[in-house]
Design a binder for this molecule. Structure first.
Ligand code: HEC
Length: 124
């Protein structure tokens, strides 16, 4: 009798896990943004600048990871792109910590916003 109960418990646990993992799989299904024109353009601009000396996509470096930036701001209001572009141009600190982002006065607002669009597409 005990064995039967035990196997029922095990079975319940197994089927429970099974359905759980299928729902998480669905959630983790991410849209492929890498072919998005904004992604391609922004990434190219970032590659030409010095951003990657301080930022990585997935790991914190001198600056926050771009994925963290995206998760923090994506879906926020439209003004956020302008704010972030302005911050890239002006530089600054204090939002993520005490490390300082150097200013990028040579960047146009359009290019800085294009970089921001790429970063925001990294949201997971
Ligand atoms: C010298 C290192 C350095 C370089 C170069 C750099 N960053 Fe940063 N960046 C930082 C740091 C440090 C922060 C966090 C600033 C803060 O806490 O307010 C940051 C923050 C950011 C943020 C988030 C701003 C916020 O207010 O949340 C964005 C977006 C960003 N950087 C994009 C860029 C882009 C694009 C470039 C290239 C043009 C670039 N960074 C170059 C160090 C750098």
């Amino acid at each position: 009798m005990r064995k039967i109960i035990l196997s029922l418990v095990v079975l319940a646990a197994l089927t429970g896990c099974g359905s759980n993992s299928s729902t998480t799989e669905k959630k983790e299904e991410v849209k492929d943004n890498t072919k998005h024109p904004d992604y391609i353009k922004g990434l190219a601009l970032i590659g030409k600048s010095d951003c990657l000396t301080c930022h990585k996509v997935d790991e914190m470096h001198t600056g926050p990871s771009y994925r963290d930036v995206a998760n923090r701001y994506a879906g926020a209001s439209d003004t956020v792109a302008a704010y972030l572009a302005g911050k890239i141009i002006a530089g600054g600190k204090g939002v993520w910590g005490e490390a300082f982002m150097t200013p990028h006065p040579a960047l146009s607002k359009e290019d800085a916003e294009a970089m921001v669009k790429y970063i925001l597409l990294l949201k997971k």
